[in-house]
Design a protein around this ligand. Structure first.
Ligand SMILES: [Zn+2]
Length: 413
């Protein structure tokens, strides 16, 4: 069947066109509001900061368009130039078709595919982010991050690939169910290992020093019956001036992590409100709900691969001989994003719903919405967020509601 290649091409180009169109829509919307600080933000951001946020938004959009176009070309070349069947053939010819070899082949292809994006990532960090004063990463840290990432992939990702390919050999028709189980086990293991072994490879974590802030945050944890082992400060400033807060671990090993950049940007009540928001995500069970959804998605993913792996036409359309599962796994990984793109507005809508719930929770335990509003205003200002995105654009891409939307909802609580 030779309709597969054209259909896949159309899907890839449709995503590319949609992204460029949304970006253009957003650009015009931002430019239309660029002349003066919009009424809603007067007294919140000053004129120079607003202008800078407009410039940052436009610069990121321009770069994003280049990135999308480049990524689209790379994907088309990888899929249709015959380079993938050539790589598989090479590995088979020299090393056979064992799970170890096929996993090595997938790993090598994955590594090779990460290379074309490297110059763009470098540019984004050391030119774009640098220009707007966000970059604090040194060349050495940046390259070390890449090397550490590659080593982690080799130590953790490669054995997982071997295991999944072995499971296909061992278990027969229902391999996708077993492979899914193996992936769940791996993810559970990562949940435990990441805070202890992986994250310290990239950042330094130190306990929040004794004092007013620590007292305040511990009291908040107590007030909301939130169990946490410790409050840690992460040296986010090692890489960027952007700021964040999150939890790691679970049960009694849970740690609250605050970026040092966040602590330097916000007042104590504002930090308390941000943490209250994070605790809100926890109390409203957002994390397990999202986990169930992503777990279910990976089950569907494995099932789809198992169906595709039985279709000779699927293999032949991309130049492979049917028989081995590895090319089906690879093609699925490459193509799933093209389809999932159209579902992203749904998942983002869902995520925004949770953000509103966490905001409402924070305002509730703080007994006032003002601290969180103050924090959000500062974070939007410091991160030079786009204050006037096109509604269709933010609806499609934003995992968090815009500042205006969040403020309005908070005032209603
Ligand atoms: Zn949130």
């Amino acid at each position: 069947m030779n309709w597969v290649a054209p259909v896949v091409c159309i899907l890839i180009l449709a995503r590319w066109a949609a992204e460029l169109w949304l970006s253009q829509l957003n650009r015009r919307h931002v430019l239309a509001h660029a002349d003066a600080v919009p009424v809603a933000f007067r007294g919140i951001v000053d004129e120079p900061t607003y202008k800078k946020s407009v410039d940052y938004t436009l610069a990121k959009a321009r770069f994003g368009n280049i990135e999308e176009t480049y990524g689209t070309i790379v994907l088309l070349v990888i899929l249709f130039s015959g380079v993938l069947p050539f790589a598989f053939h090479f590995f088979e010819h020299h090393h056979g078709t064992s799970a170890w070899t096929m996993a090595a082949c997938l790993f090598t292809i994955g590594f090779a595919m990460s290379l074309p994006g490297l110059p763009l990532d470098w540019y984004a960090q050391f030119r774009l982010e640098e220009k707007f004063g966000f970059n604090t990463t040194t060349q050495k840290t940046w390259w070390m991050d890449r090397i550490k990432g590659l080593l982690l992939a080799a130590v953790l990702g490669y054995p997982l690939l071997v295991l999944i390919l072995k499971i296909v050999e061992w278990t027969g028709a229902l391999w996708w169910l077993w492979a899914w189980g193996a992936l769940l086990g791996f993810q559970a293991l990562m949940l435990v290992l990441a805070p202890v072994l992986i994250m310290p490879l990239f950042n330094k974590f130190t306990p929040l020093p004794e004092g007013g802030l620590r007292e305040r945050l511990l009291k908040l944890a107590q007030r909301t019956s939130f169990v946490a082992k410790s409050i840690q400060v992460m040296d986010g400033s090692k890489r960027s001036r952007h700021s964040n807060a999150f939890f790691t671990g679970f049960g009694k090993f849970r740690k609250i992590v605050l970026f040092d950049t966040l602590i330097s940007q916000l007042s104590e009540p504002e930090l308390e409100a941000v943490l209250a928001h994070e605790i809100g995500h926890f109390k409203k069970k957002h994390i397990p709900k999202m986990l169930i959804f992503s777990t279910f998605s990976s089950l569907v993913g494995f099932y789809v691969v198992s169906v595709l792996a039985k279709q000779d036409w699927f293999y032949r359309s991309f130049g492979f001989e049917p028989g081995n599962i590895a090319p089906a796994l690879l093609l699925f990984t490459l193509l799933s994003g093209v389809v999932m793109f159209w579902l992203s507005p749904l998942t983002h809508w869902w995520s925004r719903k949770y953000e509103y719930e966490a905001d409402a929770f924070a305002a509730g335990v703080m007994n006032e919405p003002q601290s969180l509003i103050g924090a959000l205003r500062k974070l939007n200002e410091k991160n030079l967020s786009n204050l006037t995105p096109h509604p269709l654009y933010s609806g499609f891409y934003y995992s968090h509601p815009t500042l205006v939307e969040r403020e309005a909802a908070l005032r209603d609580t």
